[in-house]
Design a protein around this ligand. Structure first.
Ligand code: 13P
Length: 343
């Protein structure tokens, strides 16, 4: 295994001013987003939607990599050029989601574990031939209202799966994005989210060490430290930024080349503002803080596109705008003026 290649790819994914577009929604997830806008969830509509995103002119200035779904990495743009080649032509690194979703964990109720390890070595080898240079696996951790979950067992089962996935990726010279997502659902406080995020990241990095995963050749994709969406006590942007960075400083080793946040259902402008505020905090920090958003990058262009071929240009403008704003947030340079400049 070439540790240098892995590290180079990881560093390219967090290059200054750039972040990752997660466009790896499963058929069910993209189906829910399409349905809300009355768009039929057909293979061709999914292809046209992803084509709209990937052929946005100049997007490589803000986007370093795109996470694809199994169907998408096998699809092509009009004219027959595979999407992986379209992206690589813009200087964007193609990636692939390899987990097979979170399923109820047998035993204690209320927890999930992510599946997809069986046959993963073989699938990674094939994705490599299709051009993937990085991968994603998402573990889902819910904060229970009764304070009982997540349990130690739930955290360890998910950390173990993430570590086995990451080790297999590195064996295949594919950079693993390690994503333990603490969900925003629920009425919990920001303090409880901090506590669960801290415990989760400790558990995950311990498992990565046990599985001999090279920290220099991976990226961490965490949630931000936020109060639950149903909490009456929402937190100001600066408080979220401060809590998130403090939690990461306690748990994420300096050897990790970068942290790329998920947006997790935050409103798109808020996800940008949070990232911006973190990057304005006084340093030093051992790793760059970037983005790997799905909803916070796609909500506006998806709504604008609405399945209508005549609106592709407007949708691409909406996508480029969100990408530009998040790019600015990488250096704390996102402003209200920049946000308004789209109009
Ligand atoms: P969101 O930004 O919508 O949370 O999605 C990121 C992602 O890739 C989840 O796995």
């Amino acid at each position: 295994m070439s540790a240098t290649t892995l590290k180079e790819t990881a560093l390219a994914l967090v290059a200054p001013g750039k972040g990752i577009l997660a466009a790896d929604e499963s058929h069910a997830t993209i189906g829910r987003r399409f349905e809300a806008l009355g768009i039929p969830n057909s293979e061709e509509q999914r292809r046209r939607y992803r084509q709209m995103l990937f052929t946005t002119k100049g997007i490589g200035e803000f986007i370093s990599g795109v996470i694809l779904f199994d169907e998408t990495i096998r699809q092509a743009a009009d004219g027959g050029r595979p999407f992986g080649d379209v992206l690589a032509g813009e200087g964007i690194i193609p990636g692939i989601k390899v987990d097979r979703g979170a399923k109820p964990l047998a035993g204690p109720p209320g927890e999930q574990v992510t599946e997809g390890l069986d046959g993963l070595r073989e699938r990674l080898a094939e994705y490599k031939t299709l051009g993937a240079r990085f991968a994603k696996w998402r573990a889902v951790i819910a904060i229970g209202e009764d304070g009982r979950t997540p349990t130690r067992l739930g955290l360890e089962a998910n950390a173990h799966a993430l570590a086995r996935y990451a080790a297999l990726c590195q064996e295949a010279e594919i950079v693993p994005i390690v994503e333990p997502e603490i969900l925003m659902d629920g009425g919990h406080s920001i303090e409880r989210c901090f506590e669960v995020t801290e415990a989760t990241l400790h558990t995950v990095f311990h498992a990565l060490w046990e599985h001999k995963v090279a920290l220099e050749g991976l990226l961490l994709k965490p949630n931000m430290v936020l109060p639950g969406t149903a909490s009456a006590r929402q937190a100001p942007v600066e408080a979220v930024a401060e809590a998130t960075v403090r939690c990461l400083l306690r748990t994420v080793p300096a050897a990790v080349p970068g942290v790329v946040f998920l947006s997790g259902g935050q409103a798109d402008e808020l996800a940008t503002a949070h990232l911006n505020a973190m990057n304005r905090l006084p340093g030093p920090r051992p790793w760059p803080l970037s983005f790997s958003y799905a909803r916070a990058l796609q909500a506006a262009p998806l709504r604008t596109w609405g399945g209508d071929p005549a609106r592709v240009g407007d949708a691409q403008r909406a996508f480029r705008h969100r990408a530009r704003c998040n790019s600015a947030a990488r250096s704390g340079a996102y402003t209200a003026e920049l946000e308004r400049s789209a109009a």
